[in-house]
Design a protein around this ligand. Structure first.
Ligand code: EPU
Length: 275
């Protein structure tokens, strides 16, 4: 069941769920695969799967793709490396550049795909290069930062993100730890924790906060089936335990319709809705 693999804990069965532990195995998988419907799952922290499941193959990179190493101020990692681990391992070495990511769950691959970040920075800021697998040519390619277009919560990366190199800077231990705890405090103060969610549902419209807009629409606490708009932060939808994807989608449509009706703002989802 896909629900086991995502933070929302929503999602029916996939036809195939395949763990791929190494680059050669990834190549081989695409040489043999019969379906052209393939979804690459990262940490699953920004995903809404359909409760009916996924008619295709879901792949999860593991093994070598989870590894990382430091060489001076350079961090080289696989795309399945967990962001919170990289933040803490960089801090242990007094390396600065990823502190703003503290509290962002998920993997490097997912973070790069959606240019994850906060108002304090985006994952693309420290990126030097990224390795992707082109499933059509069957080749791995290195993309330098300058070759990729990054915008707020969007990157132009095509292909399967396999790894990345980040340029960090030596910093002072206290400064790094202070930035990390400030990022964690901000989240603790404003966002729900210990609940089933997929993080912020909508992107912030330019110069506005989606959470504030939905809040001002009076939608905090609105419940459909097993899903509820968070009482703490209106840009979060909580799975109260038995939510179906349709419940979440209905809340998304309600929030969209109200934001447009009351403020004339069109909200765009940040989470990926996979059918
Ligand atoms: N606000 C409300 N009501 C709410 C929610 C927010 O009035 O229900 C107000 C807050 O009081 C504040 C403003 O809206 O004045 C902005 O809220 P917040 O500081 O919580 O920031 P945000 O824009 O909602 C963004 C990112 C978060 C990230 C925080 C870090 C987006 C869509 N959201 O949230 O990212 O953690 O900044 O401060 O860019 C995510 O990407 O999944 C995510 C959660």
């Amino acid at each position: 069941m896909l629900s086991k693999h995502v933070s929302f804990k929503i999602g029916g069965p996939a036809d195939y769920l395949v763990e791929i532990p190494a680059k050669e195995a990834l190549k081989e998988f695409f040489r043999q695969i019969q379906t052209d419907k393939v979804f690459v799952l990262g940490g699953g922290t920004n995903i809404l799967f359909d409760s009916g499941g996924f008619r295709g193959a879901v792949i999860k990179l593991t093994g070598c793709f989870e590894e990382f190493s430091f060489d001076g101020e350079t961090l080289t990692c696989g795309s399945a490396a967990l962001l919170p681990l990289l933040v803490s391992e960089s801090a242990k070495r007094n390396l600065s550049g990823l502190e703003f990511c503290a509290g962002i769950p998920g993997t490097v691959g997912g973070a790069l795909f959606g240019n994850a970040g906060t108002p304090q920075g985006n994952i693309s800021d420290a990126l030097q290069s990224c390795e992707v697998f082109n499933a059509v040519s069957g080749e791995f390619e290195i993309l330098n930062q300058a070759e990729i277009e990054f915008e707020y919560r969007r990157s132009s990366i095509k292909g399967i993100i396999c790894g990345a190199v980040f340029s960090l800077k030596s910093g002072r231990e206290n400064d790094i730890l202070n930035l990390i705890s400030a990022a964690l405090d901000r989240r603790k103060h404003s966002q729900p924790s210990g609940v089933l969610s997929a993080g912020c549902i909508f992107k912030n419209p330019p110069h506005l906060s989606a959470g504030k807009l939905i809040d001002e629409c009076g939608l905090k606490g609105r419940k459909i089936g097993g899903a509820q708009i968070s009482q703490k932060h209106a840009n979060f939808i909580i799975n109260c335990g038995n939510a179906q994807s349709a419940d979440v989608l209905e809340l998304i449509e309600i929030a969209r319709a109200e934001a447009e009706k009351q403020f004339g703002v069109k909200l765009e989802t940040e989470i990926r809705i996979i059918k």
